[in-house]
Design a protein. Structure first.
Length: 306
């Protein structure tokens, strides 16, 4: 294990702390709900859904979080503003977890941002996401609403490597990077998603996580689920192999310093929390022995799962 020389920032979002040196805080698990194709949703345009099924999924995930000590955030999606607002209100009323605003369109996201500002949910919400293609009017609306937390998506189509991702974050003069753009829009809590674009990409993504923390000291992570999902759709993996592949893709980010993971649908919580918690525990144990860096919470997986 390793300790970053650069000071590592820790942000508190809705009572959940994210960031720090390896071993200090558990990995944040981010599960998606109400996404395109989610069987919980019965009418995506109107935002109608099976409330009993949704509550059951949320309870099951909460149980995994309590069992392992890994905090959760919920990635809430919607095809339009009307639907997304309904989904967010439901999550806000039935959990205390931070909410990732993940609308499919700019209209949906902006409608949701204005809504959470109006009802007092800003401290619990994170925009997903700010990328190189985010329009200036969306950044202006973000600034006007006063949302302080956002995911910065490091997708570099021109240069899809670990170094290419860093260029997106820091900029390439005279072009501004996402960090500067987001800061100018009023964002103060940055979650850096290094992006995963194809099946073997969790490898370069893990290296990019390391670089982001080494050079910028910011919380970093990604969605390795995307890579395994692409592989699964090729028809070459059975269900047990999918589970094994997912575990490896996710824990590889933790061993390189990752702070959060978008692990896919919340229905995957039972098979995803334990491998990630185990990786957290291994890292924390090594950091305590080698560097005398101890967990900052008694709810850390090191103390919960053994």
């Amino acid at each position: 294990m390793f300790r970053f020389e650069r000071e590592q920032q820790i942000f508190d979002i809705g009572g959940v702390r994210v960031g720090g040196q390896p071993g200090q805080l558990p990995t944040i698990m981010i599960g998606s709900i109400f996404y395109h194709g989610d069987k919980t949703v019965t009418d995506p345009e109107r935002g109608e859904f099976d409330k009993e099924r949704a509550l059951r999924l949320l309870r099951d995930e909460e149980n995994q979080s309590s069992r392992t000590g890994n905090p959760r955030m919920l990635d809430v999606n919607g095809t339009n503003g009307q639907a997304l607002v309904k989904f967010i209100d439901f999550i806000a009323d039935n959990t205390s977890s931070p909410i990732i605003i993940g609308g499919a369109t700019s209209e949906a996201r902006l409608t949701a941002i204005r809504h959470v500002s109006h009802v007092g949910l800003m401290d619990r919400c994170v925009l997903n996401s700010i990328g190189m293609d985010t329009a200036e009017d969306e950044l202006e609306a973000l600034s006007e609403a006063g949302l302080k937390s956002a995911i910065l998506l490091l997708f570099n189509k021109r240069w899809p490597t670990a170094n290419g991702r860093l260029e997106v974050l820091g900029g390439r003069p005279p072009e501004k990077g996402l960090l500067e753009k987001a800061a100018q829009a009023g964002v103060r809590n940055f979650l850096v998603d290094v992006s995963v674009v194809d099946m073997p990409d969790p490898g370069p993504a893990a290296k990019a996580v390391y670089f982001v923390k080494e050079k910028f000291g910011l919380p970093a992570g990604c969605g390795p689920h995307n890579a395994v999902q692409m592989w699964r759709q090729g028809g070459t993996l059975d269900s047990s192999q999918v589970t094994s592949a997912s575990a490896v893709a996710h824990v590889s980010q933790i061993f390189m310093g990752g702070n959060f993971l978008l692990y896919g649908p919340v229905s995957h919580a039972e098979r995803m929390y334990l491998p990630c918690a185990l990786a957290d525990a291994y890292v924390a144990y090594a950091m305590r022995q080698q560097y005398r860096i101890s967990p900052l919470t008694k709810e850390h997986p090191l103390f919960k799962i053994f």
